[in-house]
Design a protein. Sequence first.
Length: 210
Amino acid sequence: RVCRARRGLTHSAYDGLAMARRKSTEYERKRSFDKTPQPRGRAKGKRGGKGTRFVIQEHHATRLHWDLRLERDGALASWAVPNGLPGEPKANRLAVHTEDHPLEYLDFHGEIPKGSYGAGTMRIWDRGTYEELKWQPRKFEVALHGERVEGRYAMFPIDKGEAPKNWMIHRMDPPADATREPMPDKIVPMMAPRADLPRDERNWCFHVTR
Ligand code: MN
């Protein structure tokens, strides 16, 4: 019985025991918590818990991507979106399903050290709440209410099978900014050519490269 097992043990030893007893999650197996500041995720939320929070983290890992995480069943259902959420409905974007993250990850930002899984800087790009409009195994729709993102998004897998990895994310609403034009695919950076300094320096803003 739990009560008897608890007697004579310190709280942390008891927690450790409880941790060891439950099967470790994919999230835990991928990480060494003595090396990374990422949350261990002790507090497992209630299954079926009606959480409605979301976070989008900008993750400067080997390849820059954005992690979309939706609170769901006491954990954070997660996708890595290489190009970020689409701002308009024309272009669907790839979203790669990743392991569930613990709820504590809603607030995580910082430096994941070299050699650790997902090494690099992680910043919170947006957060807020979401409404579930449709949640089926192969299609769901949510309305995101963040500080930056506002709108309805649909997600559907492009892989077959029970646990599809590759999904697409589609913006169902028109662009938040009606005048918005998509970024051109290729932007040629402006090069700094050699030139004389302006004669009237006060009316110019310039920087000097060597
Ligand atoms: Mn990531």
